[in-house]
Design a protein around this ligand. Structure first.
Ligand SMILES: [Zn+2]
Length: 300
């Protein structure tokens, strides 16, 4: 296979493609174009092909590596596995300040167009490459959604995202943004595969898996007894410590010393106990900073 160099008609990037292809997608901005003529593709409806990975198996294996997850969670029963073809508008964004040459943003963004998946996919790092022209026969095996958000509205959201990023960059450099030049290029509507997996471990839990590569977008899992026990034990120790200190100070300062020492111990115990009784936790293999349940911090 011989590689040939092509140039993207949108962002002018040069990259190599096999000489057997007639259509290519730019890895930098997502534009799909005919490699020989350099013309942008008129086709604007795409899908991402499904990976062969079993979403249920991938999810349980991922969960088994999470803090406090039961070791035998990989043996949990998969109750239901639904495939959703979620409509997403893709945009290439380029903006810069006319006043400050250092303030410039190039972004690639996907705006989910079905409300049901807004929260799940907000800010999701969609892949730029790998999409194919839409083929109805492929999406038959799953729930297919028409976009409920208009392309114009999505474009407005995309532009606002770009402006927010530019403003953020400006404030970091202690500048006011001033006038800007923006380019919002529509790359097409993509139907993106998302698995919704229901599994049973004592009760029913739900997880979402990226159908293109098996990444776990968001999933809930039970916290194992051991981790919970550890938290409860610590809570008990703190409460006990309060009692001991209180009892020791009793002869010296009288009854109030007892209560005074007990209260901080009890408050500490309550705080730890509250964490300890969290029986479920959310995790994500994509959004690292989110880290699932913000109330729960591993006790080590
Ligand atoms: Zn490009």
């Amino acid at each position: 296979m011989i590689n040939m160099e092509v140039q993207c008609p949108t962002c002018s990037a040069r990259f190599k493609v096999p000489d057997t292809v007639s259509i290519a997608t730019c890895p930098y901005c997502g534009t799909t174009f005919h490699v020989h003529s350099g013309e942008k593709s008129e086709e604007e409806h795409f899908f991402f092909p499904l990976s062969k990975k079993d979403a249920g198996g991938v999810l349980l294996k991922f969960l088994s590596r999470q803090y406090g997850a039961p070791a035998d969670i990989t043996g949990a029963k998969i109750k239901k596995k639904d495939l959703h073809w979620v409509p997403v508008y893709f945009f290439y964004l380029h903006g810069r300040s006319k006043r400050w040459p250092t303030i410039e943003e190039v972004m690639f963004i996907g705006i989910p167009a079905e409300e049901k998946f807004d929260a799940l996919l907000a800010g999701y790092p969609f892949p730029i490459r790998g999409k194919r022209f839409f083929d109805e026969s492929v999406v038959k095996k799953g729930h297919y959604y028409e976009p409920s958000l208009s392309k114009e509205k999505a474009e407005e959201i995309a532009k606002q995202t770009l402006l927010t990023a530019l403003r953020g960059e400006a404030s970091q450099e202690s500048h006011s943004l001033g006038e800007v030049e923006t380019e919002v290029r529509y790359l097409g509507l993509v139907h993106y595969p998302i698995w919704e997996v229901h599994y049973e471990y004592g009760e029913e839990f739900t997880g979402y898996v990226d159908g293109t590569d098996g990444r776990v977008i968001r999933a809930e899992y039970p916290i194992m007894g051991g981790a919970r026990r550890k938290a409860t034990l610590l809570a008990g120790t703190l409460a006990g410590l309060g009692l001991i200190i209180g009892a020791l100070s009793l002869p010296i300062v009288g009854g109030w010393g007892f209560i005074g020492a007990f209260i901080p111990g009890a408050v500490g115990a309550l705080a730890v106990a509250r964490k300890g009784v969290v029986k479920k936790r959310w995790v994500s293999g994509v959004f690292e900073s989110e880290g699932g349940n913000v109330h729960f911090k591993p006790l080590g």
